[in-house]
Write a protein that binds this ligand. Structure first.
Ligand SMILES: Nc1ncnc2c1ncn2[C@@H]1O[C@H](COP(=O)(O)OP(=O)(O)OP(=O)(O)O)[C@@H](O)[C@H]1O
Length: 270
């Protein structure tokens, strides 16, 4: 379980101006829950996720994972980034095994675990390839296998499918849901896509921009397993309704932040 209480964070830019990235953000994510986070660009989604990951310090408030305060990265939390963040000189196998190696797992076990996960994400036969020899979708499969290799309880995903094509994205979404069911993980998943937020999430956390706050939490009461197939949730009226509701809310947020005139223009876009 993740508890975020009263978290605030400001950045001071090189020109001395301050951006309030997060203000008094509170959120509870239950064990095995899949929460998606949606909001306008620059509303602090990545800052929030990196804070939970222990990768950036915040100014006020507290973040607990299973009751323990987050003070840095930890073995129970894995992060998947949009740009894959793979080691370009290391093979697929070595990339997936990297975290296990860091944790001192012996070679035979890390190879066995990594090969099994590589097969699970559909990349059997690609173990000896370098990331540069793979498509974007394949690279993100490696990113996912690498994150799961250390058997985390919490998976933190920062727009992981944002850089892949729509067809691959749909396949990856369904694969992620299957992995989530199998591994019983708690997932926090950032996205810009309303459709993705609804297809994946138990709840959608809507954030508003400047300062970044939790504007609303929208429950997604749709049956699982979910898919894009005929008869699947992705084609249902209820899915379309929640997606439309999220768009209405986001559109209103965008309208609020539109610069009124050039004279008023202190707008800083992220
Ligand atoms: N290292 C940094 N230094 C200065 N300002 C930063 C830094 N990181 C983030 N910010 C600012 O904090 C705000 C929130 O950024 P963040 O990346 O968390 O937003 P986001 O919602 O993830 O954006 P996007 O949806 O575009 O990825 C933005 O205004 C951004 O410019």
């Amino acid at each position: 379980m993740i508890t975020i209480r009263g978290v605030s964070k400001s950045f001071t830019g090189r020109d001395g101006t301050t951006v309030e990235a997060l203000r008094d953000v509170g959120l509870e994510v239950a064990e095995n829950e899949f929460v998606t986070v949606l909001g306008p660009s620059g509303c602090g989604k990545t800052t929030l996720l990196k804070s939970v990951a222990g990768l950036v310090p915040w100014d006020d408030g507290e973040i607990l994972v299973d009751g323990a305060p987050v003070r840095g990265p930890g073995p129970e939390r894995s992060v998947v980034f949009q740009n894959f963040a793979l080691l370009p000189w290391a093979t697929v196998l070595d990339n997936v095994a990297f975290g296990l190696r860091m944790r001192g797992v012996d070679r035979a076990e890390r190879e066995e675990r990594s090969r099994a996960l590589i097969a699970t994400v559909g990349l059997a036969g690609f173990e000896a390839k370098l990331p540069g020899e793979l498509s974007g979708g394949m690279q993100q499969r490696v990113g996912l296998a690498r994150a799961l290799a250390v058997r985390p309880r919490v998976l933190l995903m920062d727009e992981p499918f944002g850089a892949v094509d729509e067809q691959t994205r749909r396949l990856l979404q369904e694969e992620l849901l299957a992995l989530w069911e199998e591994h019983r993980l708690t997932v926090v998943f950032i996205t810009h896509s309303m459709e993705e937020a609804v297809l994946l999430g138990d709840r959608v956390v809507l954030m508003s921009a400047r300062p970044g706050r939790v504007a609303e939490i929208v429950p997604v009461d749709l049956p699982r397993p979910r898919s894009h197939d005929v008869g699947g949730v992705g084609r249902s009226g209820a899915y379309a309704e929640i997606t439309a509701y999220l768009w209405d809310r986001l559109r209103a947020m965008h309208a609020e932040h539109r610069p009124a005139s050039p004279a008023a223009g202190t707008e800083v876009s992220a």
